[in-house]
Design a protein around this ligand. Structure first.
Ligand code: NI
Length: 168
């Protein structure tokens, strides 16, 4: 049996990152190291803003589809967790891009000229002003990055408009 030779390049845990820019899909797993950590407390969701938050625990606390909850904030942006199932509403955000990171499931972001299909760990940025409508045949868990005050239905309004909630 011939041993497999290791080389400096094959031993690195990093994959070559893809470029991130609006309108293209990137893979979060390929672009990040291990971010797993824990504050070691059973009441993790009640940690202060500068404590560790756990994405999966946050998602497990959510019971309503299309209802974003604030995971944390950075500068003037909110990082939101949300469960998605069914079809949302066509809308645009005239003043901001919107970042989707899929945690589990398969999310289709319908654009007027194509569908963008996101699998777990895929990241996609809908550029500002671009009309879009997320759709999930089966339940999707996702993270959103948006400026504070961004309304989920953008300029469309309607029944699916919901205020950002705090995790409890
Ligand atoms: Ni949107």
């Amino acid at each position: 049996m011939i041993p497999v030779a290791s080389s400096p390049t094959s031993s690195t845990p990093w994959k070559t990152p893809r470029k991130l820019f609006p309108g293209r899909v990137a893979n979060a797993e390929a672009m990040s190291g291990s971010l797993r950590a824990s504050c070691g407390r059973p009441d993790r969701l009640e940690c202060m803003a500068d404590d560790v938050r756990n994405v999966h625990e946050a998602l497990s606390a959510i019971t309503e589809h299309w209802q974003p909850h604030r995971l944390t904030s950075i500068n003037d942006y909110d990082v939101k967790v949300v469960k998605l199932q069914g079809e949302f509403v066509w809308h645009t955000h005239p003043d901001t891009d919107e970042l989707f990171l899929v945690v589990s499931g398969q999310l289709t972001i319908q654009l007027r000229d194509r569908d963008v299909v996101l699998d777990p760990n895929d990241v996609f940025v809908v550029p500002r002003g671009v009309e879009h409508c997320p759709k999930a045949t089966e339940e999707v868990h996702a993270i959103l990055f948006e400026p504070k005050g961004t309304v989920n239905t953008g300029d469309a309004g309607g029944d699916m408009t919901s205020d950002l909630r705090e995790l409890s």
